[in-house]
Design a binder for this molecule. Sequence first.
Ligand code: PRP
Length: 210
Amino acid sequence: MLTIAMPKGRIFEEALCLLRQAGLAIPEEFAEHSRKLTLTLPEAGLSFFLAKPMDVPTYVEYGVADIGIVGKDVLLEEERDVYELLDLQISPCRLSVAGKPDWKPPLYPRVATKYPQVATRYFKEQGQQVEVIHLNGSIELAPIVGLADRIVDIVSTGRTLKENGLVELEVIATVTSRLIANRGSYRMKTQMITFLCEQLTSVIQEGVSV
Ligand code: PRP
């Protein structure tokens, strides 16, 4: 049995589509809007569960999932002890610094983010002292209401920034979704995991049309 941790949210549909294209017969009932968090397909030897994206590497590191699909942004933040097997080239976006276009931040700016480790590392590398404020979502709100001078967040279409009068200032990293594996599972289930990687690679090389 191969257990796969899937991320809820923006990646889910694309990831599911990619797995189906790679030959996994995942029934329609496994949908993000359903409240059901697990799906087992005994005849296919597969088991899936749906987790918050930030938690996917944790489930994989602890081995309750053999493999998982997760954004590079989460891997950069969580730094879990897992194998990163494949760039799935889906859900491309950027992890960026953004803020109000006309805002001169103070000497010791406040930075709001869902990615406190990434933000702390980035500003340290820049030699800039900042106060990082950890929020759980709607990060764009922070500079508008005066909680922070800058944000570090995902920019995909740029629409959320634009609609809130903010601009992208610096790109920290480009992000796509990755296939990750538990180290023990990779050793014990090499054949299954390698086969899936090969299937996914050929789908990716044909051009991902999801
Ligand atoms: C993400 C991210 C931005 C937005 C960017 O939020 O945090 O807010 O999407 O996408 P865009 O550039 O296409 O507008 P998400 O929808 O995941 O929810 P959250 O605000 O709760 O984090």
